[in-house]
Design a protein around this ligand. Structure first.
Ligand code: F6P
Length: 324
């Protein structure tokens, strides 16, 4: 078996990047151990604070952020961090370091109340000369690496350094991530889609049409039956797509007109889009490739539709048609 350290040594990546990815993997191990405590350690309790997204933070969100920050700081190769759990960008003493990290230390944490699957999401960008928010406002195509750690029945690290997407499984006895699936590949078509259907009345016409045609099944224009899944945990939904195909849609809707979408560009949409496109999938907002977007704000929200390439192309086509 190849462990993460050995695998990184075989890749054409700098020692500094190897160090950073190993630091994020260590953070993942610590967060996995933390959440495995469940109700024994109050992991499911909400704190009284509200995060930058206006959501009630759980203690475990704040603890996961602290654990990830400790490992990132210790790595000495990161100049600054954007975290879902911190309103401002965090600048570290290692100002000349080569990388920036954007992270959601514990995505989907409300699932912990039902002992559901959650994850950590990381995006690595090249550092810039300036130490201000604009340094982070780089299109997702400039990411050097992206990863998530999935805390499920097994703890997984799914990683890309720009040459395919790969799965490492944590061996709890050895405390090592071992390579268990290399070069993931998402089939170009699918008969499975994921969307929070309770928002249907707020969707735009292109998404209304796509979903209606899937639901119509064999008798409809798609001529086949579709299956639907929704985990309310982006890590789990994206992992299903990387494992067995499908599409995931969190489209623009008019539920809250001030918000363009629900998911955050820098630490949800961008890293997941890189992992999916590295596995042969596609990722769009509707009109544009997610990875081509120039961010305007560190906590910006965007619509995201990703997965099977032919299906995403069809959804893009429906968006073009509805605008024509
Ligand atoms: O952004 C947090 C998140 O929990 C994602 O992980 C998930 O895909 C989405 O929100 C779930 O949204 P909803 O509450 O609409 O199901």
């Amino acid at each position: 078996m190849t462990d993460l350290t050995q695998w990184l040594q075989q890749q054409a990546v700098t020692p500094a990047l190897q160090q950073l990815i190993l630091a994020l993997a260590e953070a993942g191990k610590d967060i996995a151990a933390l959440i495995a405590q469940g109700g024994l350690q109050g992991v499911t309790e909400k704190s009284s604070t509200i995060n930058v997204q206006g959501e009630t933070q759980m203690q475990v969100d704040i603890q996961s952020h602290a654990l990830a920050m400790d490992h990132i700081t210790e790595s000495q190769v990161v100049a600054g961090v954007v975290s879902e759990e911190a309103e401002q960008a965090i600048w570290l003493a290692t100002a000349d370091a080569p990388y920036l990290v954007c992270m959601d230390p514990l995505d989907g944490s409300s699932n912990l109340a039902i002992n559901g699957v959650v994850g950590s999401i990381f995006s690595i960008l090249p550092a810039q000369a300036m130490q201000e928010d604009t340094a982070f406002l780089q299109p997702g195509a400039q990411q050097i690496a992206a990863a998530y750690v999935m805390y499920g029945p097994a703890t997984l690290l799914v990683l890309t350094v720009g040459r395919g997407s790969h799965v490492f499984t944590l061996d709890p006895a050895l405390r090592k991530f071992q390579l268990t699936a290399a070069d993931l590949s998402i089939a170009p078509d699918t008969s499975e889609f994921a969307i929070n259907a309770s928002n249907q009345r707020y969707w735009q016409p292109a998404v209304q049409r796509y979903v209606a045609e899937c639901v119509a099944g064999l008798a409809g224009p798609r001529g086949r039956d579709f299956n639907m899944r929704w985990c309310a945990s982006m890590v789990m939904d994206v992992h299903r797509i990387l494992s067995r195909g499908g599409v995931f849609l969190y489209p623009r809707d008019h539920k809250q007109p001030a918000k363009a979408g629900r998911l955050r560009l820098l630490y949800e949409a961008n890293p997941m889009s890189l992992l999916v496109t590295q596995a042969g999938g596609a990722s769009i907002t509707g009109e544009t490739d997610v990875l081509a977007l120039v961010p305007t704000h560190i906590h910006q929200r965007v619509p995201v539709m990703l997965g099977a390439k032919q299906e995403i192309d069809l959804i893009a086509h429906y968006h073009q048609q509805s605008q024509a």
